[in-house]
Design a protein around this ligand. Sequence first.
Ligand SMILES: NC(=O)c1ccc[n+]([C@@H]2O[C@H](COP(=O)([O-])OP(=O)(O)OC[C@H]3O[C@@H](n4cnc5c(N)ncnc54)[C@H](O)[C@@H]3O)[C@@H](O)[C@H]2O)c1
Ligand SMILES: Nc1ncnc2c1ncn2[C@@H]1O[C@H](COP(=O)(O)OP(=O)(O)OP(=O)(O)O)[C@@H](O)[C@H]1O
Length: 522
Amino acid sequence: MSADEAALKTCHERINLSVAASHQAENGSVTTVSSKESEEATYAFLPPIESTDAHLHEFAEAMRTVGKALRQVAEGKAAAQAEAAEWKRKYESEKAAKAHTHHSVIKGCSNCVKDKLEHLASKLTLETASVDETGCCGNHGICSRQILQDQCTGPNRKSDDRIVGRKVPFRLSWGSNGDKNGQHKHDFVSFEKGDITTAERSNKQIFLKWDSPPQTVLFVTKPNSNSVHALCSEMVRWLKEHNNINIFVEPRVSKELLIEDSYFNFIQTWDNDQEMKTLHTKVDLIVTLGGDGTVLWAASLFKGPVPPVVAFSLGSLGFMIPFYRECLGNVLKRPFTITLRSRLQCHVIRDAAKDEVETGEPILVLNEVTIDRGMSSYLTYLECYCDSSFVTCVQGDGLIISTTSGSTAYSLAAGGSMVHPQVPGILFTPICPHSLSFRPLILPEYVTLRVQVPFNSRGQAWASFDGKGRIQLGPGDALICSVSPWPLPTACLVDSTTDFLRSIHEGLHWNLRKSQALDGPA
Ligand SMILES: NC(=O)c1ccc[n+]([C@@H]2O[C@H](COP(=O)([O-])OP(=O)(O)OC[C@H]3O[C@@H](n4cnc5c(N)ncnc54)[C@H](O)[C@@H]3O)[C@@H](O)[C@H]2O)c1
Ligand SMILES: Nc1ncnc2c1ncn2[C@@H]1O[C@H](COP(=O)(O)OP(=O)(O)OP(=O)(O)O)[C@@H](O)[C@H]1O
């Protein structure tokens, strides 16, 4: 038998098996179809195939192309359906809002609706949310009782006299830390007609638009790299000559550039920490040249507010060299999208300290703070609290408290989830826990975490911040950690979501797998 005949025979055998299986499935019974019968049927069905390997390959290729085309069509359809649903949702919520406005005006409660919803939200406070004697909203802008007493037109609400009783009116307010009257602006939960809905979703994609052209750029560059140094000096020249931009660089880079050419005399730097602390008041934009470590380094220079960062990463440096003028030119002249990357502020509180007043400056991290066993060969033993609630005791190699930006770094390696940088959360990821059930957590961004080394811990623990600056924690010492009010704004290449997905695809090869062959089991 030739190779082609053998291939053809295998092909027919497979078809036989699948025909037999389909017969059984159709009849719903477990009968055996004689393979001879099915073979005859199959041969009757199939046109005579003058098969060769080449034909089979060609056929498989064609099927793959058809498969791809079908998938693209399905994806397109899904996207269109999602868009249509979004438009429908918007239309319906607008319609409902208009209907409600109209209704309330007719009822003579014009001050209930005169302000916009945003204004209503800002008025939602524990202190001001009281109903006046008439049951109307007074001037706080909310009239849930009035709404509930009206004939409601909501989707689930039919006027039915047989139904006795009504929902009790209520109002929602938001607790807030640090502000006595709680008058914070929040995403609001509408509760028209007593139904809680989050139909109003805000788009968190942020655009940055300069009021006037930026004047000062700070360069932060990876050390000991000739290509980075060369690119830095070229960019600095271009920015000065074509845009008359003031340039700041780190003291090390300033020295390097001045040794290279006295042309760089105009470059500014700082001499001490005090001067560095005021940098954010002078710099409009930060350009980083290097990898993720350089962005972490740039973030660590700013203990408070951080100017927007444009990161030219090593992976894209070669690619960027021809385009950096266009890229920087766009950022300097046009609005651009940014991602606000939250940072964590960490305090170490020593047992020796008499009270827990946080006097020292916080350490800010962009990726994570890690508490591990360091050189110790004992398990770390860490007690963890979230606000005033006990979370768990970590017994293992340690714990990572990570930002969402850091979710693709050490936390990922320890089994944590990858989280879009605009999800407001803190990751709580154990390192090699000696327990079968210690799964990683994601906690809301407003909590404060406290990790304490108990007195009965066998060993010490070490905290490190974005992989740097190790601090030893002894029994009784604690690390307090919460989201900093000073995020790192980074310029997007496209937008937050596209950039995030691109980084996990290209940087981490997320879910990369070769496609299955088409000629598998039926
Ligand atoms: N097992 C691990 O995966 C492991 C161990 C130690 C530290 N780290 C990470 O290294 C970081 C310090 O980075 P570095 O460059 O100064 O040290 P480094 O030079 O040792 O680089 C660590 C690697 O982590 C990558 N990385 C850093 N931040 C990242 C992020 N947010 N998303 C995806 N990848 C990221 C870097 O690109 C680099 O390849 C730490 O914050 C920690 O997250 C990871
Ligand atoms: N301006 C700087 N001054 C001092 N150290 C820096 C500076 N920029 C980066 N580093 C340090 O240099 C190391 C390497 O930097 P970086 O991560 O940017 O380069 P890389 O390792 O080549 O790139 P990647 O992170 O993409 O693998 C990091 O540990 C980082 O902390």
